[in-house]
Design a protein around this ligand. Sequence first.
Ligand code: NI
Length: 219
Amino acid sequence: MSVGEQGLRDLVARLVELEVAPIVQAGDPVLRSGAMPFDGQLDDAELAALLALMTRTMHAAPGVGLAAPQIGVPLALAVIEDPGPLDEETAIARERVAYPHRVLVNPRYEAVGEERVAFYEGCLSVEGWAGVVARPRTVHLTGLDERGNVLDEEVSGWPARIVQHETDHLLGVLYLDRVETRSLATGAAAARWASPPHPHAAARALGFVMPSGDAQGEP
Ligand code: NI
């Protein structure tokens, strides 16, 4: 589906009236079509209002990232913010640190090095489910921020996972495309397996193999 520029501005104008936007669920083509690069289709005020809505929606969910297609807007924009983990063991195991609010415009990433790390993750557009995804531990992130400043940096650990997940959304990719399918869990099982710092117990119980070269070790 292609949304004309005026259609896009009308859509955004309607959405930003909302306190929180409905989150599109897997199966909606907007999550699969790939987002259009942002190229001034919205003026500064419209863009700021859209990013504020995305941030409110992410906070309300709650989530640590939200891509514009997840609220039905096919633009390559994402917001990220992670308050950090509740416990130190999880922080260390997942290299999860508090990550301040930021905006990604037209982001791209490339793996840095060979190391992959595998953890449970979920998605606001795949409500109720969680699954293990092996991802590069470190990525080179490029793109722009909301003021048009160039992003060119290395991101590692849990923030790198969030950056990859949100950038994938803008390419029409869901974590389900990369998931270890035997790890998939929903409801109480999702909470049970996604809560521990490592997915090793889930791997044994559900019968999947952690990626080779896993440097996390057995707990
Ligand atoms: Ni997601």
